[in-house]
Structures are given as C-alpha cells and as structure tokens.
Design a binder for this molecule. Structure first.
Ligand code: FMN
Length: 197
C-alpha cells in the first residue's frame, strides 16, 4: 500500500514569506525523496476556512456519527484517521500556534472516528498513523513554554499516533541574530530527522 502522507499547514503568512513553511517544506522534500509511490495530501488551513465548533455543529456531528454518514462534519476526521504519516507546520504564536490549527484539531477529534472509549472507559486511538512531526519557528526561544507542541503531542498520542517528533528554528526575530544561519542549522537537523523518521 502506498504511504499516505498528510501535511497540516498552519503557516498563515503564506508560502512565500513563512519561515516555518520554508523549514517544513525542506523536511517534506527530504522525507519524500525516493518515495515514488507515496501520496502527499496538504491541508492548507489558510484556504480551508474551517469553523470553530458551536452547539449546532456538535449536534450535527453527533447525528452524522450515529447515522454512519461522513458527508460533512466527520469527513476530515475520516481522512485524517487513514493517514500513515503526519507533518504539522505551525509558527510559534502566543506561546503555542495559530488558532486555525486548534480549529483543525477540533474537526479531527471525533469519538468513533479518530478515537473511542473501551467499555471500561479507557480511551483508544483509532488513527492509523504511527508517526508525526511538529515543525515550528519562533521569534524568540521556546524553552519550557512549548505548549503548541506539547498539546499536539498529547492529542496525537490520544488518537493513537505514538511517535511525535519536534523540529524548530528559534530566535528568528531577535535583532543581531543571523536568521539565515539559524534556518540553515535547522535544515541540517531536518535532514537528519527525515532519515530516521
Ligand atoms: C501573531 C503572532 C504571535 C507571535 N507570538 C510569538 C510568541 O509568543 N513568542 C515568540 O517567540 N514569537 C512569537 N511570534 C513570532 C513568530 O514566532 C516568528 O516570527 C515566526 O518565525 C513566524 O513564523 P512564520 O515566518 O512561519 O510566519 C509571533 C508572531 C505573530 C505574527
């Protein structure tokens, strides 16, 4: 079976200017190199206009799950659950990531599709993927405040994606820092990660 690689692109400033996209795209190229049969699917969040869940949407989604339909609000979760490999690209915003990514996570977190509860209440992830990478860039240094990655890792583990890696380029907005050098060092790390990923 062809490997199904999914990119979740939360680089809202766009492909031409986003440093996160530059690093993420570099990783993707290295990772996809030689994988002739792999299928790449990109969720470009800036173009998707996903709505945050409200009361009506939750009710509608519950109805779709109970009726076994995947025509609207659970379609994305169905697709995501079938990915083999997940690559998230998200800039470090307000100590985590753009809210568009949280909204995407709301859409893929569906009980009965990406996770379920066993009879004794134990949660069980239903996603096929066993690996993901979270790629970010930050104006300053993330240090212990890696809430975007930590949350993503927690959620991915919950839906059954066990190995979640982290890749970053940091300090990009600090005056006096050599942005090109920081990005080029991060790309070296990206290349190493793409080989063991
Ligand atoms: C809305 C917004 C919020 C940001 N919040 C932070 C922050 O909390 N900490 C930080 O170090 N940098 C912050 N930054 C700077 C970005 O992390 C940095 O410029 C990053 O490289 C942007 O990624 P991009 O080029 O992919 O858009 C923020 C930038 C924006 C636009």
């Amino acid at each position: 079976m062809a490997e199904n690689v999914v990119i979740v692109n939360a680089c809202l400033r766009g492909k031409n200017v986003s440093r996160t996209y530059e690093l993420g795209n570099f990783f993707v190229k290295k990772y996809m190199n030689g994988k002739k049969d792999a299928v790449l699917k990109e969720y470009l969040l800036s173009d998707m206009d996903l709505k945050p869940f409200n009361k009506e949407m939750i009710e509608e989604r519950d109805k779709e799950v109970s009726e076994g339909k995947d025509d609207r609000l659970i379609k994305l979760a169905e697709e995501f659950s079938k990915a083999d490999t997940v690559i998230v690209m998200a800039p470090y915003w307000d100590m985590s990531f753009p809210s568009a990514l949280k909204v995407f996570f709301e859409h893929i977190s569906v009980c009965g599709v990406t996770f379920k509860y066993e009879k004794d209440g134990t949660p069980k992830g239903l996603c096929k993927a066993n690996k993901a990478v979270y790629i970010t860039t930050a104006g300053g240094y993330i240090g212990d405040f890696n809430y975007g990655y930590d949350y993503t890792k927690g959620l991915f583990n919950f839906v059954g994606i066990n190995d979640v890696y982290f890749l970053s380029a940091e300090g990009l907005d600090i005056i006096g820092n050599n942005t090109n050098e920081i990005l080029s060092n991060a790309k070296k790390e990206a290349e190493i990660l793409s080989e063991k990923f």
